[in-house]
Design a protein around this ligand. Structure first.
Ligand code: HXC
Length: 255
């Protein structure tokens, strides 16, 4: 692997973006590596959570501008450029973005594809594509608008300005803002917590929350209720409730 560093600690897998000479710009090759690593792990019952991070200085400065600069519209359409990024979003294992420094363009979009975003106080978020004569292309216009609302999304996308971690936290882009040196420990801690819960319930919770962004309230509530009902077919539901009644910690096995 050329552009990633991968570590496993029990049920938590950490992927570090590693293209330091271009501030972790997200090339096609990096994406191929990322999916090549994460997709098999996503299917592995021993995987409980992913943490995606960059360096202490930068999360990712966006899609690789050098790679796409010379392409034509026909190239873009023929390749359906950026389409495979949705495969990252579709991974069913929870993903935590641990962000230090800039998360710009595709970097911000990558963070938004994650389920939790833990940001350091000096992290910076933005969709500066307008400065390049284009627009966000990895879901930015859609996810950012759903997450922070139209007014704020257009403020960022039309002006190309960045926002700091505090602002990103207050508008709902970021789950937790912590001191810079606490970003990875905090993300790993949250990942270990999530990974210890029953896999069916964790996956169901993600799916239901994401459904809230895709559907109306009535359908979403019915979906949630049916998924809730279905979890009563799992051993983890029996174990979780029995353990509570027996006043002992549960031992979830993901079945
Ligand atoms: C390719 C990049 C890059 C990128 C930085 N580099 N960002 N290469 N793609 N997205 C390279 C620079 O060319 C430079 O290479 C090296 O990384 C260091 O960058 P500097 O600009 O010298 O660093 P600095 O002055 O610290 O500025 C940091 C920065 C700036 C503010 C993050 O690099 C920047 O604005 N980057 C672009 C951010 C951006 O526009 N992102 C959106 C991309 S488009 P050399 O060889 O000179 O050392 C996108 C979605 C596309 O994500 C959707 C449209 C279809």
């Amino acid at each position: 692997m050329n552009h990633l560093k991968v570590e496993r600690d029990g049920r938590v897998v950490t992927v570090r973006l590693h293209r330091p000479h271009v501030l972790n710009a997200l090339s096609g090759e990096l994406l191929t590596e990322l999916l090549g690593v994460l997709r098999p792990l996503d299917a592995d019952p021993e995987t409980g959570c992913f943490v995606v991070t960059g360096s202490e200085k930068v999360f990712a400065a966006g899609a690789d501008i050098k790679e796409m600069a010379g392409k034509s519209a026909v190239d873009m359409m023929a390749e359906d450029y950026f389409a495979p990024w949705e495969k990252f979003a579709d991974l069913r294992t929870p993903k935590i973005a641990a962000v230090n420094g800039p998360a710009l363009g595709g970097g911000c979009e990558l963070a938004m594809m994650c389920d939790l975003v833990v940001a350091g106080e000096s992290a910076v978020f933005g969709q500066p594509e307008i400065r390049l004569g284009v627009i966000p292309g990895i879901g930015g216009t859609q996810r950012l608008t759903r997450l922070i609302g139209r007014a704020k999304a257009l403020d960022l996308i039309l002006t190309g300005r960045t926002m700091d971690a505090r602002e990103a936290g207050s508008c709902g882009l970021v789950s937790r803002v912590v001191p810079d040196d606490r970003v990875l420990p905090e993300a790993l801690d949250a990942a270990a917590t999530i990974a210890a819960y029953g896999r069916p319930a964790v996956r169901a919770a993600r799916e239901c929350v994401d459904m809230a962004l895709e559907t109306g309230l009535r359908d979403g509530i019915r979906f949630e209720r049916r998924v809730f009902h279905a979890l009563f077919a799992t051993a983890d539901q029996r174990e979780g409730m029995t353990a509570f009644l027996e006043k002992r910690p549960p031992r979830f096995d993901g079945s």
